[in-house]
Design a binder for this molecule. Structure first.
Ligand code: 3HC
Ligand code: NAI
Length: 654
């Protein structure tokens, strides 16, 4: 039964068959695994001396799902739904022994087994919706026959895996084990071997039935949260179908819908991003380069970014020193970090012991010499070149010579900062996004002088932080902010050409952005960008089109939500001021306003993003167009299910 190329092997231990899948890295259900498993089921059924089987996986995880790399190729037998049908009809009881993750097709295989045991640290879930899919191998039919229908909808439509303990409470796991999964699974199999064979999951009665009103209450939040994405809504409806229709019909409907979604633009876009994100850091790091250990990190500035960065560092088990300019600011910064950690504790993201340990890993000082032993320092003071140069000159004198010096600047020239130091080779940009302990994106800004060792160490550091790290060259705004500046400019041109802020924002939201550009500016505050525009006024090219509408708003003290008004007014009164200013500015330039449709608004935004993206590629600021998409999706609210601006260009999604 075992062969060199067969990823499925069998050991007979007494009268139990221990079936092991070894298909690194995540034991995906590739064709060879499916074929090996089918063969094994047949053989075990025929072998009279075997009373039960345990299905376990080698390596870091149980089966993490169907093999996504096969989705773009013609599917080869045995098909997963048929394999699982065969598994649940086996004449011997099967026990799935889960560690790591049982995801998607992996959980469907586990549902095809008669019992499931799991170690405490494992997770179970149906992440298919994150790939624009629904479970396609009977998961939606078997799940509501094992767990409550409401829980089934949340697992399948939400896409978020649950911890083994909760899975056990729901009835999805029959036994939780502490430390020796294989031993406990074999003992469990021995115990159940003599019991009558349980009904296959698909033949069991439903756990509960819901009324039409219950369904309305379950389904409507799913569609409200979908923001244009199809799969979560279809996933929830498929569970309802599986509960209300006979199992055979439900299996067929699920299979048809899975194929339809697999070929949809949304699923193609989401699969493209899955692989773009996985490969981003790989291309950037090099295995032949040494890494510098990063354990103790200094953060300069305890404002919006500094406190988020410190929290992210603590949560990833680094020791941190926060530096502020005076004791009051330091105490304020530390208090903010403690409140973030408290929140993580409250939300169950960390336990009490870890919370207590993380607090002791944070120290603070107003003296730069406290950084003498730090492996890395991240500067997050105000966006002002002179101030940053002053900070780096101090760092030069206190840091150990092999420490990495990083700036979190949004726009400023990292080359100039590096050149001002004694060892430019160790200076890099680490551009976090706000809030830094929540946002997954990190742009790693390389100068010409930085060493490969420093860069690789930063990518490794990003991995430990759980960030998606994208390399970028030096230019104003790097990848993301440069594209955002360009499309914001285009949106302001559209205001002068005939659109109103609400029309642009509505078009963006309808396209799938969580909010429009003007609502976002109101949230962030208009004053900082205004200050920057005033600084740049003297050097601005007078031949370049300049839109002064935002300046007019700022001159009136309209800085956004914090002042009660900006592009919009936030006191529920009607406001014609902005429209009047816009009409005046169009008239001043002699522009004949004409209305701009939602389609044209989106087309102009996407074209601008793609044009700027192409320039960024041509200038080698970004390595790959995939990286640009990963940045725009993870940092700027570009709808994930559309793949990113460069992807939409290639695939011409309107
Ligand atoms: N198919 C093919 N390759 C996969 C894969 C899958 N389902 N899941 C992960 N991989 C690959 C990754 O691309 C990566 O490849 P690389 O080393 O060449 O870059 C490698 O496995 C390791 O992945 P990660 O770096 O992500 O490893 P982690 O340990 O950080 O995470 C994981 C592991 C949580 C399993 C994560 O990889 C993951 O979430 N994978 C996707 C799981 C998923 O979506 N499953 C459902 C698939 S659809 C399905 O099952 C349909 C069914 O209903 C019919
Ligand atoms: P902020 O104004 O919230 O915080 C700056 C902090 O630096 C203040 O607490 C201030 O007391 C402290 N500080 C000033 N001079 C100092 C010095 N010499 N030594 C020690 N501390 C000093 O600013 P914010 O928003 O945190 O921005 C910081 C940097 O991060 C800027 O370069 C900004 O462009 C960048 N950034 C900001 C993002 C955002 O969304 N706010 C996103 C990404 C980057």
């Amino acid at each position: 039964m075992t062969g060199k190329m067969n990823p499925v092997s069998v050991d007979i231990i007494g009268d139990i068959a221990l079936v092991t899948i070894a298909n690194p890295p995540v034991n995906a259900l590739s064709q060879t695994v499916r074929a090996g498993l089918l063969d094994t089921i047949e053989n075990i059924d025929k072998n009279r001396s075997i009373l039960a089987a345990v299905l376990i996986c080698d390596g870091r995880t149980f089966i993490a799902g169907a093999d996504i790399t096969e989705f773009d190729k013609p599917s080869i037998e045995p098909h997963l739904p048929d394999l699982i049908d065969r598994l649940e009809c086996s004449t011997k009881p099967w026990v799935a022994a889960i560690h790591g993750n049982a995801l998607g097709g992996g959980l469907e295989v586990a549902l095809g087994c008669h019992y499931r045991i799991a170690d405490f640290s494992s997770k179970l879930g149906f992440p298919e919706v994150k790939l624009g899919l629904i479970p396609g191998a009977g998961g939606t039919v078997r799940l509501p026959r094992i767990v409550d229908s409401v829980n089934a909808v949340s697992l399948v439509a939400g896409g978020k895996p649950i911890k083994a303990q909760l899975a056990a409470e729901w009835g999805l796991v029959d036994l939780l084990v502490e430390d020796n999964l294989k031993r406990d699974a074999l003992n469990f199999a021995q115990q159940i071997a003599s019991l009558p064979l349980p009904e296959p999951a698909s033949k069991r009665p439903l756990i509960n039935k819901l009324t039409a009103d219950d369904w309305e209450a379950v389904l409507s939040p799913v569609s409200n949260k979908a923001h244009g994405q199809i799969a979560p809504v279809r996933a929830a409806e498929t569970i309802r179908n599986a509960v209300e229709k006979p199992a055979d019909e439900a299996f067929a409907a699920e299979r048809n819908l899975f194929s339809e979604l697999k070929n949809s633009d949304q699923s193609r876009a989401l699969r493209y991003l899955f692989f773009a994100e996985k490969s981003a850091s790989k291309i950037s790091g090099s295995s032949s380069v040494d890494f510098m250990p990063v354990e103790l990190v200094g953060v300069i500035g305890g404002g919006t970014m500094g406190t988020g960065i410190v929290t992210a560092l603590l949560l990833s088990n680094h020791s941190v020193i926060m530096i502020e300019r005076d004791e009051t600011a330091l105490e304020k910064g530390k208090a903010t970090v403690l409140s973030y950690l408290q929140n993580s504790l409250k939300r169950g993201l960390i336990n009490a012991a870890k919370h207590a340990r993380l607090i002791t890993s944070l120290t603070g000082s107003i003296k730069y010499k406290a950084l003498a032993n730090a492996d890395l320092v991240i500067e997050a003071v105000y966006e002002d070149m002179d101030m940053k140069l002053d900070v780096f000159s101090k760092l030069d004198t206190v840091m150990k010579p092999d420490a990495i010096l990083a700036t979190n600047t949004s726009y400023l020239d990292v080359k100039r900062i590096a050149a001002s130091t004694k060892i430019p080779a160790r200076v890099v940009g680490l551009h976090f996004f706000s809030p830094a302990h929540i946002m997954k994106l990190l742009e790693i800004i390389r100068t010409d002088s930085v060493t490969a060792e420093v860069l690789s160490s930063c990518f490794l550091f990003a991995k430990r932080l759980g960030k998606i790290a994208i390399p970028a060259g030096v230019c104003e705004g790097f990848i993301g902010n440069r594209i955002m500046s360009a499309y914001r400019r285009e949106c302001e041109y559209m205001l002068e050409d005939g659109a109103l802020p609400q029309e642009i924002d509505d078009a963006m939201v309808a396209f799938g952005f969580p909010m429009g550009i003007f609502a976002m500016q109101d949230l962030a505050g208009l004053d900082i960008a205004w200050a920057m525009r005033k600084r740049q006024a003297a050097t601005r090219n007078s031949n370049t089109r300049y839109v002064a509408i935002a300046d007019r708003l700022c001159e009136m003290g309209r800085f956004g939500r914090k002042t009660g008004s900006g592009w919009y007014r936030y006191d529920n009164t009607t406001d014609t001021v902005v429209e009047k200013i816009i009409l005046q500015e169009s008239a001043l330039k002699g522009i004949q306003r004409k209305s701009i449709s939602a389609e044209e608004i989106i087309e102009r935004i996407l074209n601008t993003m793609r044009n700027e993206g192409s320039k960024i590629l041509a200038e080698k600021i970004a390595n790959r167009s995939e990286d640009i998409d990963v940045v725009m999706v993870n940092g700027y609210g570009f709808p994930r299910w559309r793949g990113g601006p460069m992807f939409t260009g290639k695939n011409l999604i309107p």
